[in-house]
Write a protein that binds this ligand. Structure first.
Ligand code: TRP
Ligand code: SF4
Length: 331
């Protein structure tokens, strides 16, 4: 493994199908970063459990799917270590050391928690596990001595907290865990089909493995600029969620065609959506096929998971052993 490269740690929560939001928010960046860094990518099933704890069996199938998704899109288990968080129990041991020294006030101040409290009460996830989410994330990074963590703007507070926890650990115990740096990655706003943020809980997602026919149907049903009531009414693309997707996946000449055609009522919304369907489908086609093949070969997939986990575990065990011995937690 490229030991001269800086170590990068990142992860995706295992809670459902990967959707376009995941692609533009994380996966696309991971693909670019694989060559530059010594990457550890986690399928974070414990983080998935923070909200899905009532249905642990679903987590397992998401884990498999996620592995297939990552491979289908080009995450390469030769260059990167891809692991499943719960299969490396050292994450939880380090989490516990961190939990001991993390003041409650630090967690209460995390913006994502402040924003989520109402929803957490309603969904019966106002729980210790969910509250301590960022502490586990700090352990994920520190366990592998991660130097950089690719994050979007909204995840910066989590990373700040990781750094504070690690700093406190180092000071208390005179240790040398690494304080990770945020690598700010471009994360365009990916709206859902209804124009709100794309999220599983809103039911407005486009999955990365969407069937061709379902994809077409979902796009054709999208709301458009409300000004275009009839075919000959001109519209304004910047007020239309369909145009937002065009900007993410279509070519420059498609964009010109949409802008001019929409404003002059030269094209209909159906034409516009069909063009979007073609462009998006072109992007999804290859990986969708590859994923199907992978999902059909469970032995191969399991083998890949075992291999990734064993690499991660080797490193995680080594680091945790050093930590425990330093703290006197060994016989
Ligand atoms: N919190 C991240 C997310 O919501 C997932 C995650 C878990 C993560 N552990 C991590 C990301 C460690 C980076 C590093 O997507
Ligand atoms: Fe939206 Fe395209 Fe219709 Fe314009 S033509 S309102 S951009 S769907």
């Amino acid at each position: 493994m490229g030991s001269s490269k800086e170590r990068l740690v990142s992860g995706i929560r295992a809670t459902g199908h990967l959707h376009l939001g995941h692609f533009f928010g994380a996966l696309r960046n991971w693909l670019d970063l694989q060559d530059q860094y010594d990457c550890y990518f986690g399928i974070m099933d414990w983080h998935g459990m923070t909200t899905q704890y009532k249905d642990p069996n679903s987590i397992k199938s998401w884990t498999y799917e996620l592995m297939a998704d990552l491979m289908a899109w080009g995450i390469d288990s030769k260059r990167s270590v891809v692991f499943v968080q719960s299969l490396v129990p050292e994450h939880l041991e380090l989490f516990m050391f961190f939990a001991m020294l993390t003041p409650m006030g630090w967690l209460e101040r995390v913006p994502t928690w402040k924003d989520a409290q109402q929803e957490a009460m309603q969904s019966d996830t106002y729980n210790l596990g969910r509250f301590s989410y960022p502490v586990l994330q700090a352990a994920d990074i520190a366990l592998y001595r991660g130097v950089v963590v690719p994050v979007g703007q909204d995840q910066v507070p989590h990373l700040e907290l990781s750094r504070e926890i690690i700093r406190r650990f180092n000071k208390l115990y005179n240790y040398d865990l690494i304080e990770p740096k945020a690598l700010l990655t471009p994360q365009p706003m990916v709206p859902g089909l209804d124009g709100r943020k794309m999220s599983k809980s809103y039911g407005n997602t486009i999955s990365l493995s969407e069937d061709e026919s379902v994809l077409k149907k979902k796009l054709l049903q999208m709301p458009t600029d409300p000004a275009r009531v009839r075919r000959h009414d001109p519209g304004e693309p910047t007020r239309c969620p369909v145009y937002n997707y065009h900007k993410l996946v279509s070519h420059a000449d498609d964009l010109q065609w949409v802008e001019a055609g929409c404003r002059s009522a030269g094209i209909g919304c159906g034409d516009c959506k069909m063009r979007l369907f073609e462009r998006l489908n072109e992007r999804l086609e290859g990986p969708r096929k590859k994923k199907k093949e992978l999902m059909a070969d469970s032995q191969f997939l399991e083998h890949q998971i075992r291999e990734g986990v064993s690499k991660a575990r080797e490193e995680g065990e080594r680091q945790l052993r050093k930590i425990k011995s330093h703290l006197g937690f060994n016989v």
